[in-house]
Design a protein. Structure first.
Lengths: 449, 195
């Protein structure tokens, strides 16, 4: 869990110059570089509803204003509303003496017990999809504005295009402007502009109602001062912001909130544009088609135990390295030469000079706890290697803090073998995967002096 | 066995006919349990400072603690009266002055010793009430910050659940025998109980 929880202690340097925890990074297999979440391209795969898991194309989601039609949130606490069924007895329309029981549905929140009956919304006779949609009081104005701005954008775009064009063939443009030659009008490139200029006559950006400045307000009603405040009947700001188009000021005017859609996104390397992370298409699935998170490919450095540090005194610290790959991996650690980020390090560090071989990760044996399997064929120097366990190795570094009253921070260069299995598979199946050496700068915060 | 003896040896325990009190509960002091009330095993009902009277059609689930603490002197020795149709969910802790009808005390909620709960209220999961107060009818307390609101309808009665439990609990638990005929005021439900 430390990998995901204490993310501030150990950071790897990303290619963009940022220090990131390894669990937030990706390794592009084509340019063999680390990418952090800020230097990859984020792409929207498909919007989906987190409640009913219905996914739809972006254009459809846009039409639905990025909200689900069938799922609702509680306007008070934000939980998903549940549909409840009740039976209602009503007189039979054919024979008034007989009663008919009908199933009626209403929605209730399982958390704060708010229900659509609280605000006198009538029960529905179908379980989903029949809840009334409240009309935005400003819908017309908003669509007017939108249309206008679209028009303006179009005009501006056409003007820009025209300027480009005018330089080269001014006579053509003139002809077209006065609509002299319909054959030329149909020419590619000019078509958009000319069709626009014809239409412009019936709707110009100017014929929009000006919005009015509000200069005076009605005074507060006297009940405000005379009647005791009924706080339980008035909505809070969060409730009003949940429904920005209506902003109800009383709890009796609350209305179920349509559930916001979420995005399934995929990540791309910003340089070579290969996919780094791509989820399965189906929102029900938690699998990935492509998942190149750095944790799966790069040995992870972790601090074994916290230690106490004294100024200018050498302390032995045990760090661990774990190998995510299915091959034995050789790792060397070295000081960073020409360190540019001199502010970071506050301690001298003595690293193991020999290379360390990390045992391969064996998924099957990891779940069997047996001491006897821990014997390896590696000839380790016990002064350097503290222990070995599965794909993990504990090694010893000696740290001497040199800066007073600060965190003990060290950094080193982690150089490790990397077998690019995907590229090898593409080239030929018999060939052993090619070995590449990758270098990463690792920054550690070990504790305080 | 110890807990079982505690119940058997308690001379002040009165259980109305039709109530289900599982063995393995801890019932100490002067406690009256009304008809059709169901008390799951491992519940604790402790009449420490005064008697506890539990009405009808209540469900008291596992690990619920109901104590008559009577924190103030004015209250000491008073009866903690719990009305009808209340539900105490798993792990609830109740010391209240009085509890009315149709309330739900959800899991792990704590009701302090100076609180008076009237009718139709819901104390949400994990909510804590410490102050001296009297909850108005149909109050809902929910969430981390114990937010409050008033609901329009009281929570529905748990008749189906009670029916189910009266059938299923005797199959798996030893029960304590009722020792009290229902009071004449509760005759509406008495005939059904006798069979």
């Amino acid at each position: 869990m430390a990998t995901f929880m204490s993310i501030d202690l150990i950071k790897y340097l990303c290619n963009c110059g940022k220090k990131c925890p390894i669990c937030r990074m990706y390794l592009c297999k084509h340019c063999l570089k680390l990418r952090c979440i800020d230097c990859v391209q984020h792409e929207v795969d498909s919007p989906y509803c987190p409640s009913c898991l219905e996914s739809m194309p972006v254009s459809e989601a846009k039409l639905k204003k990025n909200r689900c039609i069938n799922c609702f949130d509680c306007p008070l606490c934000g939980h998903t509303l549940m549909t409840r069924a009740t039976s209602q007895v009503s007189p039979n329309p054919d024979d008034p003496s007989k009663a008919v029981t009908r199933k009626m549905y209403y929605m209730a929140c399982g958390f704060c017990r708010w229900s659509t009956r609280d605000v006198n919304l009538p029960d529905q006779n179908v379980a989903t999809g029949n809840w009334p949609v409240m009309e935005n009081p400003n819908a017309k104005r908003i669509s007017n504005l939108l249309e206008n701005y679209k028009l303006i954008a179009q005009v501006e775009k056409a003007e820009r295009e025209r300027k480009k064009y005018v330089k080269r063939r001014s006579h053509l443009y003139l002809q077209e402007k006065y609509n002299m030659s319909p054959a030329i009008v149909k020419r590619k490139g000019m078509a958009s502009f000319s069709s626009l200029s014809l239409k412009e006559g019936d709707k110009t950006p100017d014929d929009l109602d000006q919005s009015e400045t509000v200069s005076s307000f009605d005074p507060l009603p006297t009940e405000f001062f005379t009647k005791p405040a009924a706080l339980d009947k008035i909505t809070k700001l969060t409730h009003r912001f949940m429904l920005p188009e209506f902003q109800p000021d009383e709890t009796s005017k609350l209305h179920p909130v349509r559930k916001h859609l979420l995005m399934r996104k995929s990540l791309r390397c910003s340089e070579c544009e290969h996919n780094l992370s791509k989820a399965d298409f189906n929102p029900n699935s938690i699998k990935f088609k492509i998942q190149l998170t750095a944790l799966h490919w790069i040995p992870e450095v972790r601090i074994m135990t916290p230690s106490t540090f004294n100024l200018n005194k050498e302390t032995v610290v045990t760090l661990t390295l774990s190998n995510p790959s299915v091959f034995n991996t050789t790792v060397t650690l070295s000081q960073i030469e020409n360190e540019t980020d001199t502010d970071y390090c506050t301690a001298k560090v003595e690293l193991p000079k020999k290379e360390i071989v990390l045992a391969s990760r064996d998924e099957a044996s990891m779940h069997v706890y047996e001491e006897s399997t821990a014997t390896h064929d590696f000839k380790d120097d016990p002064k350097l290697i503290a222990f070995r366990k599965g794909n993990k190795v504990g090694f010893i570094v000696k740290v001497t803090p040199v800066v007073k009253d600060s965190d003990v921070k060290i950094c080193f260069l982690l150089k490790h073998e990397f077998r690019n299995t995907t590229v090898a598979a593409l080239q030929s199946e018999s060939k052993e995967p090619e070995i590449v050496w990758l270098e990463h700068k690792v920054y550690l915060c070990l504790g305080t002096v | 066995m110890a807990a079982q003896n505690k119940i058997v040896n308690n001379p002040n325990l009165k259980i109305a006919v039709g109530a289900l009190l599982c063995e393995g509960c801890e019932v100490i002091g002067d406690v009256t349990i009304g008809a059709r009330t169901i008390i799951h095993p491992k519940a604790r009902i402790i009449a420490e400072a005064g008697p506890i009277s539990i009405g009808e059609y209540n469900i008291i689930e596992e690990l619920v603690t109901i104590t008559n603490k009577s924190s103030t002197d004015a209250n000491s020795g008073k009866v903690l009266i719990i009305g009808n149709n209340n539900v105490f969910e798993v792990g609830a802790y109740v010391e209240a002055v009085r509890i009315g009808d149709h309330n739900v005390i959800e899991c792990k909620a704590r009701v302090g010793s100076k609180v008076e709960i009237s009718n139709g209220s819901i104390i949400g999961t994990g909510c804590v009430l410490n102050m001296s107060e009297q909850l108005p009818d149909n109050t809902v307390i929910y969430g981390e910050k114990c937010e409050r609101r008033t609901q329009r309808e009281r929570p529905p009665t748990q008749t189906l659940q009670i029916e189910f439990l009266t059938k299923i609990l005797p199959n798996y638990h030893y029960l304590v025998k009722p020792n009290m005929q229902p009071r004449p005021t509760a005759t509406t439900t008495a005939p059904a109980v006798k069979k």
